[in-house]
Write a protein that binds this ligand. Structure first.
Ligand SMILES: NC(=O)c1ccc[n+]([C@@H]2O[C@H](COP(=O)([O-])OP(=O)(O)OC[C@H]3O[C@@H](n4cnc5c(N)ncnc54)[C@H](O)[C@@H]3O)[C@@H](O)[C@H]2O)c1
Ligand SMILES: O=C(O)C[C@@H](O)C(=O)O
Ligand SMILES: [K+]
Ligand SMILES: [Mn+2]
Length: 364
């Protein structure tokens, strides 16, 4: 029996609604598999925790997390209680950095039964490799002067190591896919870091002659995400560009509520963290209508990470069978609740035998 120790951090807002939903699904998947067990431990670290303790997680929080196999996180942020940069840097970004989760992989593809806002969407299937440890997200800088002379300085950090690492990850991924990597740049406007980015991309690409490449400025690339997403395979992007592109990728799929993500520790020293693209969605919190698919699909990425691709594949098939049958939350045009969609996925999974086949509805 393989046991995976998972640290659940539901976090804030709808994180508290979708993490329990996806956890329930993981338990069912464990039953289907027969040889895989999850051991969940839940941590209450969040903005509410901050109000009580003055920090987003306890001093020894990372120490308590480091021996888990994975972290399964919902979302962080409640602007009514804590400024966003304080909550994110105190929990989400802190974990990403301290645990050297230097790569954030975020796929976007057409899902059966989920209508894209694009008029004639072709069958796109792309994946953004977001540099997850440096770039525009930095605490280097400061503020000087007051009043009308006030100045804020924010430095971006692009290291050779971090840049090359993200790019090599993208190339390796492309080898297993359609063998194309697009670099998201802005070397016409950003004077130092982006010409450097281009230079490293050119160098790295020489090691991968079998992979086709192109380089697009982020503004044009964003437009192409809308006008011809089917032409992308793997896109490598800096921290901020990757952040923006992946909300856009989620939007063209139909909703940010269905988009999955994985923060990968590539050196094996610390656990990876699995959390969907979306945030705490304060506008719908407590209504019971958060789409659980982003978090559940994120669970599939966690399974893939442990080589359980077959089980992950079954889960994605069941998700698509549910969306195809119109069992949808309001963000994608339906009337179902978080519970309604989760229960349906769960029921259909339970109908699958131990070998993971024989379920009529998962055969396309
Ligand atoms: N990784 C993270 O934890 C993360 C990511 C993004 C934003 N945030 C934080 O979340 C808070 C809100 O941020 P925001 O409004 O910019 O982004 P958001 O992703 O929370 O919400 C954007 C829009 O998408 C909708 N949405 C998001 N997830 C959904 C779901 N599962 N089902 C249905 N609809 C969904 C929301 O209702 C909202 O209309 C902020 O505090 C922000 O800092 C955290
Ligand atoms: O900016 C961030 O990384 C937080 C959030 O927007 C995300 O995409 O995870
Ligand atoms: K999230
Ligand atoms: Mn984001």
């Amino acid at each position: 029996m393989k046991t995976l120790k998972i640290a659940n951090i539901p976090g804030d807002g709808i994180g508290k609604e979708v993490v329990p939903a996806a956890t329930e699904i993981l338990k069912t998947l464990s039953d289907i598999h027969g040889g895989l067990r999850f051991e969940f431990t839940s941590f209450p670290w969040s903005c509410e925790y901050y109000l009580e303790h003055g920090k987003m997680m306890p001093e020894d929080g990372l120490e308590r997390l480091k021996d888990f196999d994975s972290i399964f996180l919902g979302a962080v942020g409640n602007l009514k209680l804590v400024p966003d940069h304080v909550s994110l840097w105190g929990l989400l970004i802190k974990i990403r950095r301290e645990f050297e989760q230097v790569i954030n992989i975020r796929p976007a593809k057409v899902i059966d039964g989920v209508r894209s806002p694009l008029l004639n969407p072709k069958d796109f299937d792309l994946i953004v490799v977001r540099e997850n440890s440096e770039g525009e997200y930095s605490s280097v800088g400061g503020k000087i002067f007051q009043g009308e002379d006030e100045i804020a300085i924010q430095n971006a950090i692009f290291s050779r190591k971090g840049t090359e690492r993200a790019m090599r990850y993208a190339f390796e991924l492309a080898k297993k896919r359609r063998k194309h990597v697009t670099s998201a740049t802005k070397s016409n406007g950003i004077f130092h870091s982006m010409p450097f980015w281009d230079h490293v991309f050119e160098e790295v690409s020489k090691d991968y002659p079998e992979i086709n490449t192109d380089s697009q400025h982020i503004d044009a690339l964003s437009a192409f995400f809308v006008t011809r997403p089917e032409r992308f395979d793997v896109i490598v992007a800096s921290n901020l560009f990757g952040d923006i592109l992946t909300d856009l990728g989620a939007a063209i799929m139909g909703s940010v509520g269905i988009a999955p993500a994985a923060n990968i520790n590539v050196n094996g020293k610390f656990p990876s963290m699995f959390e969907p693209v979306h945030g705490s969605a304060p506008d719908i919190v407590g209504k019971g209508i958060a789409n659980p698919i982003g978090q559940i699909w994120t669970a599939k990425m966690m399974l893939d990470h442990y080589g359980e691709e077959e089980l992950g594949g079954i889960l994605l098939n069941v998700i698509e069978s549910v969306t195809r049958d119109g069992i949808l939350t309001p963000d994608i045009g339906g009337k179902y609740t978080t519970k309604g969609v989760t229960d349906e996925i769960n029921t259909r999974l339970k109908a699958i035998d131990k070998k993971g086949n024989n379920a009529e509805f998962i055969i396309k």
